[in-house]
Design a protein around this ligand. Structure first.
Ligand code: Z5A
Length: 220
C-alpha cells in the first residue's frame, strides 16, 4: 500500500519569506530522498492560475469581498483536484505557499468576512483535508511590506493598507495559538540564514516523526 504524502504549508503576511523558504524545504526533502512537489495559492493548476491572475490584477480594485472569497475557493478546488490530491494519494509530499489559513487571515481578518462562512466553504471544497504541518513566518506588516515593495509593481493585495495586513497577521497568530499540533510559529524578522535554520530544524523534526510513525505502523 502506498503511504500517503504529507501536506506542508507556509503562511505569513506579505514579504514574510514564504517563497524563499519553499526553496529551502524543497532542497531538504530532495536530500532526504522524499518525493515532493512545490506549489502555491491562489494557483497551482492551470485554471487556478487563471483565477489567480484575476485576483491579483490591480485593475480589479474594488472587487466584492464575497466574490473574492468564492474565487479563492474556486481556485483551491481546481488546485486540490488537479495537483494536491493526486500528489498526496500517490505518496508525493506537497509543499504549498499559502492555503486556507490565508483565506481566514485575508478574507476573514483583512476583509472582515465571517469565519463561519469561510468554514462552510472549507468543508465543501476540502472535506476533511487539512495540512499536516503549517509554518507561520511572522513579522510586522511594516517590515513585510518594506521587503515586498522593494520588488517593484504592487499587485491588488500589495496595495492594501498596514491595517489590513495587521488584521491578517493577528488572525494568523490566533489560529496558530489555537492549533499548536499543526502550526509552528517562526520569527521571520532575522536575516534569511537564521530563519532558514529554524525552518530546517522544524522540517527535520517533522520528517523524523513521520518516519517513526511509518515504522511504528508497519512494524519494521
Ligand atoms: N491570498 C488571499 O487573500 N487569500 C487566500 O486564500 C490566498 C491568498 C491563498 C498572493 O500573492 C496573494 O493572495 C497574497 C494573499 C492573497 N497577497 N498578499 N499579501 P503572492 O503569492 O504574490 O504574495 P505573497 O504570498 O504574499 O508572496 P510574497 O510577497 O512573495 O511574500 P513571501 O513569499 O512571503 O516573501 P519572499 O518573496 O520570500 O520574500 C520577499 C523579499 O524579502 C525577497 O526579496 C526576499 O529576498 C526578502 N526576504 C525574505 N526573507 C528575508 C529575511 N529574513 N531577511 C531579509 N530579507 C528577506
Amino acid at each position: 500500500m502506498i503511504e500517503r504524502g504529507r501536506f506542508i504549508t507556509l503562511e505569513g503576511i506579505e514579504g514574510a519569506g514564504k517563497s524563499t523558504h519553499v526553496s529551502g524545504l524543497a532542497a531538504l526533502l530532495r536530500d532526504r530522498g522524499i518525493p515532493f512537489v512545490t506549489t502555491r495559492e491562489p494557483g497551482g493548476a492551470p485554471i487556478a492560475e487563471r483565477i489567480r491572475a484575476l485576483l491579483l490584477d490591480p485593475g480589479n480594485a474594488g472587487m466584492d469581498a464575497t466574490a473574492e472569497l468564492l474565487l479563492m475557493f474556486a481556485a483551491r478546488s481546481e488546485h486540490l483536484a488537479k495537483t494536491i490530491r493526486p500528489a498526496l494519494d500517490g505518496g508525493t509530499w506537497v509543499v504549498c505557499d499559502r492555503f486556507t489559513d490565508a483565506t481566514y487571515a485575508y478574507q476573514g481578518g483583512g476583509r472582515g468576512l465571517d469565519a463561519n462562512r469561510i468554514g462552510i466553504l472549507e468543508t465543501l471544497v476540502q472535506g476533511d483535508l487539512r495540512p499536516d504541518l503549517t509554518l507561520l513566518l511572522d513579522l510586522t506588516p511594516e517590515l513585510g511590506l518594506s521587503r515586498a515593495r522593494g520588488r517593484g509593481d504592487a499587485d491588488r493585495f500589495e496595495s492594501e493598507t498596514l491595517r489590513f495586513f495587521a488584521a491578517a497577521r493577528s488572525v494568523y497568530l490566533e489560529r496558530a495559538r489555537a492549533r499548536p499540533e499543526r502550526y509552528r510559529l517562526i520569527d521571520a524578522t532575522p536575516p534569511v540564514a537564521v530563519v532558514k535554520e529554524q525552518v530546517g530544524k522544524i522540517a527535520e523534526a517533522f520528517i523524523d516523526s513521520h518516519w517513526r510513525s511509518v515504522k511504528g505502523e508497519t512494524g519494521t
